[in-house]
Design a protein around this ligand. Structure first.
Ligand code: HEM
Length: 216
């Protein structure tokens, strides 16, 4: 009895430690790091944005439930998204090197952070660290920050129109994965709607560097 309780505690500690380590170990992933720039928008701005896209506490609850559903399929989800980007020359272009070839190392490094983003989006933990990392991701798509974290020689800027446009394929292709669960069609729909609203809010926050001062 005593032995099995110790084993359970040990296993829980192991899972906690390895989970934390795995996020921190992702090259270039900087969520929560104190050296990140403070986002140019506040938690109050975020609250008003949530109100505007009809994002409620219920949506946050559905996002959190979606994590368990999506986690076992994370690699397959990324295969789907990378398959989409990879099959469109005008999109894979943004991962290409100066010779115009897709940079496999760059793709792999971003992929690991993208998987973590799925978990972070599902966690729906809207605090100042989340907001600061939104701004960091924004800069990484824009010429003020692209290529820097992976130290690559790639195209230096992602055109804004595609950042917004990708919202649709990213969220539409997620639905079949949400359906691989014990949830009813209505519940799957609630999870999916929460994802659409969250990605919409994020792409709005990522638009900041692209917009003239005082026009955001
Ligand atoms: C809904 C739209 C989009 C989502 C959800 C998304 C998501 C992400 C995420 C999670 C990262 C990694 C952030 C990190 O470093 O932690 C990232 C980076 C990146 N994304 Fe996107 N992205 C979107 C639009 C696009 C588009 C349209 C392109 C161009 C094809 C693109 C190309 C890239 C590239 C090249 C990076 C690496 C940037 C760097 O050098 O640091 N993304 N994206």
């Amino acid at each position: 009895m005593y032995k099995s309780i110790s084993l359970i505690i040990f296993s829980l500690l192991f899972v906690l430690i390895t989970n934390n380590l795995s996020a921190k170990d992702i090259p270039g992933y900087a969520y929560g790091e104190s050296n990140l720039e403070t986002a140019p928008y506040t938690l109050k701005d975020l609250q008003l944005l949530k109100t505007t896209v009809l994002f409620t506490e219920d949506d946050a609850k559905w996002l959190r439930k979606s994590r368990k559903v999506l986690e076992p399929h994370a690699e397959e989800i990324l295969d789907t998204w990378y398959g989409f980007v990879g099959s469109h020359p005008h999109l894979i272009y943004y991962f290409s090197n100066k010779k115009g070839e897709a940079d496999a190392n760059y793709l792999a490094r971003v992929r690991a952070r993208f998987i973590q983003w799925v978990y972070d989006t599902a966690d729906a933990n809207y605090d100042q660290d989340w907001l600061n990392y939104q701004y960091e991701i924004a800069k990484r798509h824009h010429h003020i920050g692209k290529n820097k974290i992976d130290d690559v020689q790639s195209v230096d800027h992602i055109h804004f129109r595609y950042v917004v446009a990708l919202l649709y394929p990213v969220t539409a292709t997620l639905k079949p994965f949400l359906e691989r669960s014990e949830y009813s069609p209505e519940e799957v729909n609630a999870m999916h709607q929460a994802w659409v609203k969250s990605v919409l809010m994020q792409t709005i926050l990522w638009s900041h560097p692209y917009i003239n001062a005082n026009e955001f």
